[in-house]
Design a protein around this ligand. Sequence first.
Ligand code: NAI
Ligand code: MG
Length: 383
Amino acid sequence: MARYSIAWMPGDGIGNDVMEAARIVLDAMKFDAEYVPCDIGWEFWCKEGNALPERTVAALQKTTCGLFGAITSKPQDDAVRELSPELKDKKLTYFSPIVKLRQMFNLHTNLRPCKSYPGNPLNYRGTAQTNPDGRDVLIDQVIFRENTEGSYGGVEFFPLPEAVYTALCANPKMKPWKDKGLENVALSTRIVSKQGCSNICRQAFEYAKKTGRSRVTLVEKPNVLRETGGLMTRIFRAMSEEYPGIRADEANIDAICMWMFKNPQDYSVLVAENMFGDIVSDLCAGLVGGLGFAPSANLGDKYAVFEPTHGSAPKYAGQYKVNPVAMLLTVKMMFDWLNETEKAIRLESAVARVIKEGTVRTYDMGGSAGTLDVAREVARHAS
Ligand code: NAI
Ligand code: MG
């Protein structure tokens, strides 16, 4: 029997292309695993009215962890239009299966490292002021994004149930919307808990301590989002007292977008609520070459799902054109989680070498190699 059982979820679009690339590398490295194919994504929404079928949830429960490519999500109107005819009048609501998975399996922590590998032509060069000679700014950041609460918690209404509307209207600040009328108001909530805030801050500080990083930055907006941002900030500040060797500071989400552009090398560990973490991690990804270089891990206490940050990029689907590096670094994160440390180091070194040598590159790096060519080159160095 294989040592590990991996739920294999290519999903949609380029999810299939990059997962095939992952498999080439996993096999070349003789990773001792069985792969359990699991249905997830748009096709299953259209055919079955459920992008995350029950059988997939059941299969995941029997595996060590999951490896996921990408899924396609569309707004509700488009989703209903694309349902197969017999499902169209069943009043089905589309939900993103990956967001659902994070909540179902309590994958509370979304870990997103962004690192510039030497020789990547897409590495950030810095602003003219800080780096007039055009050298790479070496970036090595790790973002801890709360993964189950906040603005992506999924508690939204349109139209508003009367009881919710009435309760809200007890607040005098609701007057402008009350004047507009119940039928004209949509509501998306930002709900955070002490547990959620404490957990993500703890993960960030513990990671910094374990890896010898000296700075943890909270990304929030407590001056405007006074209750949710305020709670997160108070928890972060109190916890920072337990880590005297680590500099703990705070930045507003809008300000950090500017600072990150000016001085990205100054940041190390970032911690944020769900949506702010999503935003700032895409920004960081842009500084190290774009979505083709951004891996991520959804971590719970006992289970984890690993996925590149990018989506299904439909215009490139099935063309084997996109960069598999994000997916391969995602596999590296899975090795880390499984304590397959030697394999993790070997894989990351192979990726770094292929980037540096620069002979096999996908279109985003100015090359003409395909997704699987890059995977084979990485596999050659990693095996
Ligand atoms: P996307 O990430 O799929 O693609 C945006 C663009 O980024 C692409 O057109 C391409 O130019 C570039 N790109 C992405 N991955 C790349 C790679 N590996 N190598 C080189 N270039 C790459 O985002 P988009 O177009 O906003 O969304 C497409 C679909 O993906 C939507 O249905 C969206 O809902 C879904 N999505 C799913 C995610 C997930 O599965 N977790 C995350 C983000 C979007
Ligand atoms: Mg995103």
